[in-house]
Design a protein around this ligand. Structure first.
Ligand code: 5GP
Length: 174
């Protein structure tokens, strides 16, 4: 595998997360907000976005694994680690690295609504364009990217490259 073109630089990501964090700060002022990161991919976005939110938020994580191939989502999700806390009556913001088919997030939204949060919204750093997906309201959206497999900033290729500070395409998948 080769790291291809850099689609989004570290500086561009930071500027966008600052904007998203400012919007979240405005929208949730005075509310009891809990951020839920979806592991493993969202660990980097969570760390950086949370520091751009000027509110006393709580954070929690869910770890999920998607059945299906390494690079294609099936929408059938297994919860490997559930939340540590109850979300009933609380304002919940899911923090995702990327929305591709939207199947993972659709499953999660269904799963979390059952727990009766006061509100449930979605922040995603990346949303892939040109993908046929069910209607999905991404309240805080970072960047639209072409429907290519990308790595970096939490996103992996066979478990590696999550630590790249930028988003790049994969040039040669062999
Ligand atoms: P979805 O269910 O929306 O198709 O995919 C959600 C998950 O698939 C993401 O949270 C991410 O873990 C993985 N994924 C989707 N597209 C990409 C990509 O371009 N690169 C990487 N590394 N993972 C992706």
């Amino acid at each position: 595998m080769k790291i291809g073109e850099v689609l989004i630089s570290a500086e561009e990501i930071d500027a966008k997360l600052a904007e998203m964090g400012a919007a979240i700060t405005e929208d949730y002022r005075g509310k009891d907000l809990i951020l839920i990161g979806i592991l493993k991919g969202a660990f980097v976005v969570m760390a950086d976005l949370a520091r751009h939110i000027d509110l006393p938020v709580e954070v929690d994580f869910m770890a999920i694994s998607s059945y299906g191939s390494a690079t294609k989502s099936s929408g059938v999700v297994r919860i490997l680690k559930d939340l540590d806390q109850e979300i009933e009556g609380r304002h919940v913001l899911i923090v995702e690295d990327i929305v591709d088919t939207g199947l993972t997030i659709q499953y999660l939204l269904k799963n979390l609504w059952v727990r009766k949060p006061a509100s449930l919204s979605l922040a995603a750093l990346l949303v892939k364009d040109g993908i046929d997906r069910p209607p999905l309201d991404v309240k805080y959206e970072g960047f639209r990217i072409p429907p290519k497999f990308v790595i970096g900033y939490g996103l992996d290729f066979n478990g590696k490259y999550r630590n790249l500070p930028y988003i790049a395409v994969v040039e040669d998948e062999e």
